[in-house]
Design a protein around this ligand. Sequence first.
Ligand SMILES: CC(C)=CCC/C(C)=C/CC/C(C)=C/CC/C(C)=C/COP(=O)(O)OP(=O)(O)O
Ligand SMILES: O=P(O)(O)OC[C@@H](O)CO
Ligand SMILES: [Mg+2]
Length: 240
Amino acid sequence: MSVYNDILSAKAKQDKLLAILIDPDKFNFKLISQFTDNINNSIITHIFVGGSTVEVEVTQKLVKALKPLTRLPIILFPGDVTQISQDADAILFLSLISGRNPKYLIEKQIEAVSILKHTNLEVIPTGYILIENGKETAVQKVTNTLPIPSMLHSLVADTAKAGELLGKKLIYLEAGSGALQPVPLAMIKFVKQDLKIPLIVGGGIRNKTQLQEAYKAGADLVVIGTAFEQNQDFFEELKL
Ligand SMILES: CC(C)=CCC/C(C)=C/CC/C(C)=C/CC/C(C)=C/COP(=O)(O)OP(=O)(O)O
Ligand SMILES: O=P(O)(O)OC[C@@H](O)CO
Ligand SMILES: [Mg+2]
């Protein structure tokens, strides 16, 4: 079994995927069993774990605790090498290709190699693209990069395609956690026209309508974090 092959076959069958993003810093360990019950009884297909700033060792503790409580794949979505946990199933090996900061284009990845050697994680090369959303996001601040303006559809599409040609296996269009505006639907459609690899879309998606619209526009996998953090009823809303 491979996490990436499963994503590819879902895409081929046009089965849409949904990841819940769990931020280790904001996680309440006391509620873990209720929380994983909610996840296991929902349409969620993947668990992403990560944050732009996470205290050392908290990710490892979270992944270890989650693993026995769910059969869903746990995928690291790391802001830093300190978030690598050997108990996860896979890691999005991100390169921030919308930015021009060498640290997030190649330096963190070099740093990660010696840590990854001691794990069995499936490594999934991922082109990560920040899209402007109306306010500065945590990832922008941490990486000291600018997102691509939301009108520049062809720059985003060319950036995504360049990622594919460089050998990335996934493209992730990111409006940012808690974004005021999710990635525009017209942009998703435009990027999708010439992209063969699966497309992940996340940031600012807060209800089922927005989720379905993102799928219809061409997202193969949608990532939602904040709506689960802030709205207790969101698991129920997804069932309707
Ligand atoms: C290859 C390895 C190990 C690391 C790659 C490091 C790179 C290139 C990261 C890209 C930039 C970055 C900081 C991504 C963070 C992704 C992420 C988990 C975002 C979600 O966090 P938010 O929810 O936006 O932020 P908060 O933590 O403030 O909530
Ligand atoms: O928290 P939200 O806004 O759902 O964003 C999810 C993810 O794309 C952030 O990296
Ligand atoms: Mg967050």
